[in-house]
Design a protein around this ligand. Structure first.
Ligand SMILES: Nc1nc2c(c(=O)[nH]1)N[C@H]1C(S)=C(S)[C@@H](COP(=O)(O)O)O[C@H]1N2
Ligand SMILES: [Mo]
Length: 577
């Protein structure tokens, strides 16, 4: 009797109420357009607009030029510049710029264009940066969003802002799912290109350009710096050797900034962060996010200066080096560079509208490109646990709240009549009452939550491990996935649900939580029951759980992509990174 009821609930009340989803971003259904504020940096309690940096930098540059020009009239400085004219090493690379170097330079720039734009889009989904682990409003050091309102519920989705489509990809508010596919796919290509570049650098003599081999690089760099700043540029021998300043800047970009970008990127996901113990506690998600942003600043600065110098130190010749690898006065480099740039501008303009239109395609290609890496990361056993004193003072709320009559009735009686339905491919379908769940052995865990948007928080969760439930219902051998259904709908209508592998649900930290920080789980955080799964991003942890179903496949559920946000917001089914 009891068993058939569990099966009935799933078949008649839940499955038909899942919703299908569009394959493109329908702007009339999507979160409404809303911008934040101009980017600000916090100094004490005051917020200062970063646009002030422009006049300040301009005035500082004027003074710096004047000072450098004065310096060059001093005999000691003139002697110094004569002694260290600029070139970092006597060793020179006589082979010029080989084809592989030019090709890799092009690909690097091409990939960077997507990486940077999609990265800024990701930042706009949670436009605040912190140094410490918790995301307590008011403690951020950088933001382009207002204060968090205190007079109403303000979820992290509310916090996302619109940025223009020529800047971000795709320039739509809360499009982190799509932006991540661009970011990660091109990250992978960029990393592979970079690794190949390292190999080719050191198997040829090209590394001599970018790796200092003598301490003389420092006085030469200082000398070139003074020369550039005085607007009386040093003599270039770029074809064979870089000057000290160039060499140091390239070295930092290639061997310091790029690896830091990679490390602080992966440290923002739960897979690595929950695995790497003390390093993850030190390099917490928010610090990693801040450093990732500072590295972006370095890359933008580098690109600006590097490109400007290409233009003002002899464009035609520099393009011959960079594009065709010749050291002559021809127009060949220029004639290739201009049409290629026009094509790149076309691609730049088209990427956002095409992403909006072919959103599902972007998701599917992204899955193909990086989904398997994410599936490996899922096998990493989450380990890092926190202590009571690590618990975050503020824990963001996210998601669409339940409004159904059924839920409200249960809530009124404090969930005394709540029963969780568990069915599908199991030997023993069940409806387990709240009291019976609470009578089962309770497990506590103190863990960090990673929302896809960028915030994180540590909390203590108490409840029943999913694997203990599995011992009761006994999944059949053909069951491969576990589906969690919510009482709540998702943002675009239809029941919120998400799918996990059985393997992941057998993990000892996969928990049906009814307590948070020692208190009964409250309404906003998912009462009566919510999932904790510590190697996934937050959206996979369904709140307000109504039923659990064991299935062989999930293609027939909703739009078939493995969860509500996978269907509607183009997220990935596996998201440990
Ligand atoms: N039913 C339901 N569960 C949900 C969501 C939702 O919209 N509906 N949002 C998810 C997201 S995106 C996150 S980050 C976490 C947030 O949990 P919290 O509100 O307890 O911080 O809940 C997840 N579970
Ligand atoms: Mo989230």
């Amino acid at each position: 009797m009891k068993n058939t009821q569990a099966v009935q609930t799933l078949k008649s009340a839940i499955e038909p109420n899942l919703s299908v989803a569009e394959d493109s971003v329908r702007l009339d259904h999507w979160m409404p357009y809303r911008t934040g504020v101009t980017p600000q940096v916090r100094i004490g309690k005051r917020w200062i607009s970063i646009w002030w940096a422009i006049p300040i930098a301009f005035v500082a540059a004027l003074f710096a030029v004047a000072i450098a020009q004065e310096l060059r009239t001093i005999p000691a400085v003139q002697e110094f510049i004569l002694r260290y004219p600029g070139d970092a090493t006597p060793v020179s690379v006589t082979s010029g710029f080989p084809w592989w170097l030019r090709a890799q330079h092009f690909f690097n720039a091409f990939f960077m264009m997507f990486i940077i734009r999609a990265g800024i889009q990701i930042l706009a989904d949670y436009p605040r940066l912190f140094l410490q682990r918790d995301c307590t409003p008011g403690k951020e050091w950088f933001r382009f969003q207002h204060d968090v309102p205190t007079d109403r519920l303000w979820t992290s989705k509310d916090d996302s802002v619109t940025i223009p489509g020529w800047l971000g990809i795709p320039g739509v508010r809360h499009s982190v799912g799509l932006a991540r596919w661009w970011h990660f796919t091109f990250d992978l290509l960029w990393v592979l290109n970079g690794l190949l570049y390292y190999v080719l650098l050191f198997t040829t003599n090209q590394w001599l350009r970018v790796v200092p081999t003598s301490w003389d690089v420092f006085p030469n760099a200082l000398s070139t710096f003074i020369q550039y700043l005085s607007l009386n540029f040093p003599v270039e021998h770029t074809w064979t050797v870089y000057n000290g300043l160039q060499q140091l800047t390239y070295f930092v970009t290639i061997f310091i900034a790029a690896p830091i970008a990679f490390i602080t990127g992966v440290m923002q996901g739960p897979a690595f962060s929950n695995k790497l113990g003390w390093f993850a506690k030190f390099m917490n998600r928010q610090l990693a996010r801040t450093i990732h942003f500072i590295v972006l600043g370095w890359f933008l600065f580098f690109i600006f200066v590097h490109t400007s110098l290409v233009f003002i130190t002899g464009l035609r010749q520099n393009l011959n080096y960079m594009v065709v690898g010749v050291n002559d006065g021809s127009w060949n480099g220029f004639l290739i560079y201009v049409p290629v740039m026009i094509i790149l501008i076309g691609i730049w303009v088209m990427v956002s509208p095409l992403t909006i239109k072919y959103a599902r395609r972007v998701q599917m290609i992204g899955e193909r490109m990086v989904g398997y890496i994410q599936s490996w990361a899922e096998l990493w056993d989450p380990q890092t646990q926190y202590t009571e004193k690590d618990i975050s003072p503020y824990f963001w709320v996210n998601g669409t709240l339940p409004t159904s009559e059924e839920y409200n009735r249960l809530k009124e009686s404090n969930f005394a009549d709540y029963k969780i339905t568990i069915g599908g491919l199991v030997e023993n379908p069940q409806e387990i009452s709240y009291a019976a769940l609470k009578a089962m052995p309770k497990q506590d865990q103190i863990t960090k939550h990673f929302c896809i948007q960028g915030w994180s928080g540590v909390a203590k969760w108490g409840g029943v491990p999913v694997r203990d439930i599995m011992k009761i219902v006994k999944p059949k051998p053909e069951a491969r996935y576990v589906v969690f259904y919510s009482f709540a709908e998702g943002a675009d209508g239809g029941i919120y649900y998400d799918v996990h592998s059985i393997r992941n649900m057998r993990h000892h930290l996969s928990l049906l939580a009814y307590e948070m920080n020692g208190e009964p789980l409250n309404f906003l955080h998912g009462a009566p029951l919510r999932l904790r799964c510590e190697n996934q991003l937050g959206f996979k942890m369904v709140k307000w759980i109504r039923a659990i179903e064991f299935v062989h496949d999930f293609k027939h559920l909703g739009a078939g992509h493995g969860g509500y946000n996978e269907d509607h917001e183009f997220y990935g089914y596996r998201m440990p990174i």
